[in-house]
Design a protein around this ligand. Structure first.
Ligand code: MN
Ligand code: MN
Length: 454
């Protein structure tokens, strides 16, 4: 299939929209680097547009806009349209968690008069990419009395940052001989925290001083770190990339690019015919097993609540699911000229050629794929073409090289037609991932069409 480049075919006024949209997107990414912050900011934005917590609604009717939040880390937004709920709904599901470096539960120790944090990487990272870059410490510490303390160090201009060191090339002869997998053991990914000693102590003086600072500024003790969700993320703001500012280099675009585009597409869908929902899940990068992940019953119970409050029976969920359509909104890869061998060029997506529609995910003989029916893919093609959405087919690289899955299966299992469709990303899972602005915007447009088309 011929791919069209958005820069070639879109006119000036549309390009203006692209740049304006991407400014907001970059800003949103820069200030929301944890799942909790991302979820909270989306809720705040939705409230400005009149969305209400579903708990406040006893009855749900046409035109109602609401959200339901799960433990601060998962959220579903919905708008009730003209259609009956049993005629089906439109679901777009994306994940807001991203690869990162978590602190271990007992992280702080001292070695050679340096205080360090033991860490545990979250998600599939190439560990060496996370060494020697400035890292910000973000998250929440939960105390036994039920209160919590928020931490964010490294994002303001004058904030200090944290770093995981790497071996100097002068001494790396042995390191060079190792494979990338063996060369960077997880237990060596320890972040530097401080070097000033607490002179009043006899031993572990530097660690003691760090604990003093944590107590003074955040009111937390060492033990409290056991119930903390603290992570190290790349410090600094999202940036335009390229001399023509045509791309975005930012942390967390997998999958916050699809989270942001599906969420804003829903926010900007006024009086929809369809009943439309945006589901932002957690823990996709570690296998979707937790209570705030796509495998949680939260989604199903939410649908039951919507049915009940709309005057239907809970059993109507069978009809609702059967007649619904879903997009599993996750990123795909794009052909990278630096690593051409990893891609099969006929089927690989290209930067700036639009949102990527992926019929087949998984790996090796489609293992793990959630393959949609041909009819459903034809439907998506039809509504995209009818509305001039710039889109392209894509796949995750050459067949036997690897592959990947998404949360599609958790929605397909309800007998909901589900297809993977999302933005193409380069350097996926790196501290800073690269996208094309045309692709970000066409993802937004594609999702909006999906919500609005009959
Ligand atoms: Mn993803
Ligand atoms: Mn991922």
């Amino acid at each position: 299939m011929e791919r069209k480049n958005g820069w070639e075919i879109w006119d000036e006024s549309k390009i203006k929209e692209v740049f304006a949209y991407c400014e907001d997107y970059k800003e949103f990414l820069s200030i929301n680097k944890t799942v909790r912050k991302f979820v909270k900011s989306c809720i705040e934005k939705s409230k400005e547009k009149g969305f209400k917590n579903i708990d406040e609604l006893n009855v749900i009717k046409k035109g109602d806009k609401f959200y339901k939040i799960n433990k601060g880390k998962e959220v579903i937004f919905g708008i009730i349209g003209d259609k009956k709920l049993t005629d089906g709904c439109r679901f777009i599901v994306a994940h807001t968690d991203c690869p990162r470096i978590d602190l271990k539960t007992s992280p702080l120790y001292e070695d050679e008069n340096i205080a360090l944090f033991k860490t545990y990487y979250y998600g599939g990272i190439k560990k060496y990419q996370w060494l020697t870059i400035p890292l910000a410490l973000c998250g929440v510490v939960f105390l036994k009395d039920g209160t919590f303390k928020e931490i964010e160090i490294g994002e303001k201009d004058n904030d200090p940052v944290f770093v995981i060191t790497d071996l100097l090339p002068h001494l790396a002869k042995e390191q060079y001989k190792k494979t990338i997998e063996d060369g960077f053991p997880g237990e060596s990914l320890n972040a530097f925290v401080g070097t000033v000693p607490d002179k009043s102590k006899d031993k572990e003086k530097v660690k003691s001083n760090v604990l003093k600072i944590l107590k003074e500024y955040y009111g937390i003790d060492e033990e409290d770190l056991v119930s903390a969700e603290i992570e190290l993320v790349p410090a600094g703001k999202s940036k335009d990339a390229g001399i023509d500012k045509s791309m975005i280099l930012a942390y967390g675009q997998d999958d916050r690019v699809c989270s942001y585009t599906s969420f804003t597409a829903l926010l900007n869908s006024y009086n929809p015919i369809n009943n439309i929902f945006c589901i932002l899940v957690d823990q996709e990068e570690i296998g979707s097993r937790g209570s705030t992940s796509a495998s949680s019953s939260f989604f199903e119970y939410f649908i039951e609540e919507v049915l009940e409050k709309s005057g239907y029976s809970i059993l109507d969920k069978r009809k609702l699911f059967e007649n619904s359509k879903a997009i599993s909104a996750d990123v795909n890869t794009l052909l990278d000229p630096n690593f051409k061998d990893a891609y099969e060029p006929r089927n690989a997506g290209r930067i700036n050629c639009g949102v990527v529609l992926t019929k087949i995910t998984g790996a090796r003989g489609k293992s793990g794929s959630t393959e949609p029916t041909g009819e459903y893919v034809a439907y998506i093609r039809k509504i995209f073409d009818k509305n001039n959405v710039l889109w392209q087919p894509g796949e995750i690289g050459k067949l036997e090289l690897g592959g990947g899955g998404t949360v599609a299966s958790y929605f397909a299992r309800y007998n909901i037609d589900t297809v993977d469709c999302g933005t193409g990303v380069l350097s996926m899972h790196a501290p800073f991932e690269l996208t094309g602005k045309i692709d970000v915007y066409s993802t937004y447009e594609g999702y909006k069409v999906f919500y609005q088309e009959e």
